[in-house]
Ligand binder design. Sequence first.
Ligand code: NAP
Length: 247
Amino acid sequence: MGDLDSKVALVTGASRGIGKAIALDLAANGADMAICARSLQGLQETATAIRELGRKVECYAVDLGDTEAINGTVAHVFEEFGRIDILVNNAGVTRDTLLPRMSESHWDDVINVNLRGSFFFTKAASRVMIKQRSGSIISISSVVGVVGNAGQCNYAASKAGLIGMTKSLAKELCVRGIRVNAVAPGFIETDMTEALSEDAREKALANIPMGRLGTPGDIAHAVTFLAGDASSYMTGQVVSVCGGMVM
Ligand code: NAP
């Protein structure tokens, strides 16, 4: 098997895109998997592929806007697996628009899912990790959280917030044997970016020195590295995986 043999990983937003690729890569490296999204149906395809890799998997329907549901999910995962070694805060949404048109719901929806939901997942899972005196928490931020982007002030604030949370918790949880890191993807081919116009896509490509968009697998490999012992001397870091878009 792999580096993550006998580890248990919990991944949010694992029904498609980057989260699905992360769940499959962690499982391919030996981890048993607890996977979450709002739609159970959406998770089934990921779960089938994980079972084909010979790993245990359980699916949990949870909305990141619902704190009680988040706490309940983490409790169920602990009941089912007996431990949580890896948490990946991946689920995220965009509600892009320029400031004058950005409504309360545009702002709240994005902050609630991307930042608030990730905070409560981290808080609940870290209780288990503190008792174990080990764990690796990885949040999927964005290069937009580092450099900003017009029309995405809500999304950029949520992703910059994840970076601040990562660095603070890395300092706080280090003594408990828990590492906390973030991955900042650039422009990755998923449903989230499919909605962009041809013009926006061309402009993004022009800013990527490597001359191609990233794949969900590119992000998954960085997460698997941060999850396992190969990165045991890394905490509080933001790893950009962006084809050189930000350096
Ligand atoms: P995606 O294809 O839209 O997938 C989003 C995932 O999050 C789905 O599994 C979705 O499942 C889940 N989700 C959405 N809202 C949720 C909620 N309220 N509660 C629970 N789960 C929810 O997105 P992606 O492109 O793979 O992005 C994954 C992460 O990478 C996000 O945090 C995103 O901000 C970040 N990122 C992406 C890019 C990119 O270029 N694609 C770049 C930088 C960062 P359900 O709909 O079933 O809930």
